[in-house]
Write a protein that binds this ligand. Structure first.
Ligand code: ZN
Length: 309
């Protein structure tokens, strides 16, 4: 394999914070986003322009975008659910808009109260608006690997959604395993089906570690040539009061894995680990990240007294 570099986008400020049980102060969000930028994280999903009533945690989206320090080597993307969200988002100068629709009809109805293709019709208008403003758009597909209501989603169904996104001019797509139902073989199958049909399309993978398969799925995607992955600092996103609602794969665990494999992410891993530990204290509950607890593989321990090598 000739790939040497992997692109990690941290989604903690959006996917992570939106599910925190207590309101996360804007200051803390800004601190985390600035520290991620300072650690060289190349992509950050900074916030979401959803309706404040739907997701109160994201009500300060404009404020967050205004207050953060923008590092030139980091791409700051934002999630937008609809045209109104896109108008709000574009006024804050993001580097990219991220759209999301569920491959599963019932999941999309449960979330957005309408069907997958109705949502995609509005996304077309969003893409037009954004592309006219010179801002690229990524088409995210939730429940690409499974739906909590419908179970497995047929590959053909996901490909139909990808096709629609390609028609409306997205620059890449994101395949999301929203509730952690994917397994590594399935990841290889879906990614290779997408790449067979659209060899030049950027494919981004978004996994949740709900059932402990997150990093195995990352590696499966990597074996199919994917180099863009979402992850969340400390693995946040798991609501401590809602069993089963677990977070994204953990950013520093993902960075650590790739670095152990000899791949570059351009990210200061020690800085990330320190940031995760600080964030755990600030949020006031345990985070699922593992490297923040165990240390790096090569953080060796002194031999017990009296034992020599
Ligand atoms: Zn997610």
């Amino acid at each position: 394999m000739t790939v040497k570099h992997v692109f990690i986008r941290d989604v903690a400020p959006r996917d992570g914070f939106q599910i925190e049980p207590n309101l996360v102060p804007t200051d803390l969000k800004v601190h985390v986003i600035n520290a991620l930028g300072a650690a060289g994280v190349p992509g950050i999903e900074a916030t979401s322009f959803v309706h404040p009533k739907a997701v109160p945690q994201m009500a300060d989206a404009e404020e967050v975008m205004k207050q953060i320090r923008r590092y030139p080597s980091t791409r700051y993307s934002v999630l937008v659910p609809n045209l109104r969200g896109a108008q709000r988002a574009l006024a804050t100068g993001p580097d990219q808009l991220n759209l999301v629709v569920s491959a599963s009809e019932s999941h999309n109805r449960a979330n957005l109260n309408r069907g997958t293709f109705e949502t995609l019709a509005e996304h077309k208008a969003v893409a037009e608006l954004s592309l006219k403003a010179g801002i690229p758009v990524q088409g995210g597909i939730a429940t690409s690997f499974g739906c909590p209501f419908e179970g497995r989603i047929p590959i053909e169904r996901v490909l139909t959604v990808v096709e629609r996104y390609v028609e409306i001019g997205v620059t890449g797509i994101g395949l999301a395993d929203t509730t952690g139902m994917a397994n590594p073989i399935q990841v290889r199958r879906l990614v290779s089906a997408v790449k067979d049909r659209w060899p030049d399309l950027d494919v981004h993978l978004h996994f949740h570690n709900t059932r402990g398969m997150g990093l195995a799925n990352v590696y499966a995607g990597f074996l199919e040539g994917v180099t863009h992955f979402d992850a969340s600092l400390g693995g946040i996103g798991g609501c401590p009061f809602a069993p089963g609602a677990t977070g994204n794969i953990c950013t520093e665990d993902t960075v650590h894995m790739f670095s152990e494999m000899g791949l570059e992410t351009g990210i200061d891993l020690d800085g990330l680990i320190q940031l995760s530990r600080r964030m755990e204290k600030a949020l006031g509950h345990k985070l699922p990240g593992q490297v923040m607890k165990a240390g790096k593989t090569m953080d060796l321990h002194p031999l017990p007294p009296g034992i020599s090598r």
